[in-house]
Design a protein around this ligand. Structure first.
Ligand SMILES: [Zn+2]
Length: 348
């Protein structure tokens, strides 16, 4: 039984279309065990979106029967790019296209609107923290891990001794823009893949939906003449279908996902020499697919992760669990940690 004076934290995961909300006790026990989604309305600009989050906040309290007075803080996560303190990039971004978002202090605005302390993280870092806590439980504070999450881009995070590594400007853990060797990864005559960030041959240029659309699919369609996907016409639409082909064992799709797994394995190889973590986690749509395909993908990542013998004996390679809830849950856990006074002092 929970006592009435025990405090809680609300986790709010803000996405391009939906908000997902959760409530957690300081012990790490979640009071919500399923997705609680409401429209995020981010396309309508910051004012509308802040109101939508306020509704998600009151909605989740009503659903869990938690008195508002018990809420000590809110963990907010959003897609990037934003500063470590939740100020949206002044250059705007895919998810925050409305001009009102440019340079908008998302964290500060929600805190002002609700009168409750808001702790911000980007969605990749939040999910990475959640995966870390699920894997290590009570020993999370003594462990380190790296998560790579394949989506439209490649997100993730670096967890060291149970804390999110944020970096000086908030860009630590931007794993998608780490260069990995392309030698032996690219097919014959395959152009060097270009990322939206301007780099050539970084992880995201291969291991992301955007990478499939811009780089991998056009090349592999030229190698599999007459493939069904070449008849889709719109390459963006075709890119979204590649995973379902992969699940059915389609050779073209498997080539594409093999390249993605290789890129992630090479990233983990770099990470193993950088922070030598206890665990690597892989997340995103690819791991929420048919078991045979998911296992093959994870095994291919592992086969391309070169570790020292001492590391290989102990390191964990696993999936980011509860992907759809990982953002809200990780954001909530980060806020609990912050409010306990043990988190890194990123904002006063
Ligand atoms: Zn990049």
């Amino acid at each position: 039984m929970q006592t009435q004076d025990s405090w809680v934290v609300v986790g709010l995961d803000n996405g391009g279309n939906k908000n997902n909300a959760t409530v957690v006790e300081p012990t790490g026990r979640f009071l919500v065990d399923s997705m609680v989604e409401t429209p995020s309305r981010v396309q309508e600009g910051p004012q509308v979106a802040i109101e939508a989050l306020a509704e998600a906040f009151t909605g989740i309290l009503a659903r869990t029967g938690v008195d508002r007075a018990r809420v000590r803080g809110i963990g907010l996560d959003t897609p990037g790019p934003a500063s470590a303190d939740g100020v949206v990039s002044s250059r705007g971004s895919t998810n925050f296209a409305h001009p009102g978002w440019r340079g908008f202090d998302f964290r500060g605005a929600l805190e002002a609107r609700l009168g409750v302390r808001v702790v911000y993280n980007n969605d990749g870092n939040a999910a990475a923290l959640y995966a870390h806590y699920v894997a290590f439980g009570a020993s999370a504070g003594n462990r380190s891990s790296i998560s790579a999450i394949v989506g439209t881009g490649l997100g993730g995070g670096v967890i060291e001794a149970g804390h999110i590594v944020r970096g000086a400007s908030g860009f630590a853990g931007e794993l998608g823009h780490v260069h990995v060797p392309m030698e032996g990864l690219l097919g014959e005559g395959q152009p060097l893949p270009r990322c939206n960030c301007g780099f050539f041959g970084d992880v995201e240029s291969v291991a992301s939906l955007t990478g499939i659309e811009k780089n991998l699919l056009p090349y592999w369609l030229s190698r599999f003449e007459g493939h069904e996907l070449s008849k889709v016409g719109d390459v963006a639409k075709a890119a979204k279908l590649v995973r379902s082909y992969g699940e059915k064992g389609d050779p073209l799709a498997r080539k594409i996902f093999e390249q993605q797994a290789m890129a992630i394995g090479r990233l983990f190889t770099i990470a193993a020499n950088f922070t030598d973590p206890d665990a690597f986690f892989v997340g995103g749509g690819v791991v929420e697919s048919a078991p045979e395909f998911r296992d093959w993908f994870l095994a291919t990542v592992r086969a391309n992760t070169t570790l020292r013998e001492e590391q290989a004996q102990t390191v964990k390679l696993a999936l980011v669990p509860d992907r759809d809830m990982a953002g809200a849950r990780g954001a909530a856990l980060a806020a609990v940690e912050f409010l306990h006074g043990s988190a890194s002092p990123d904002h006063s």
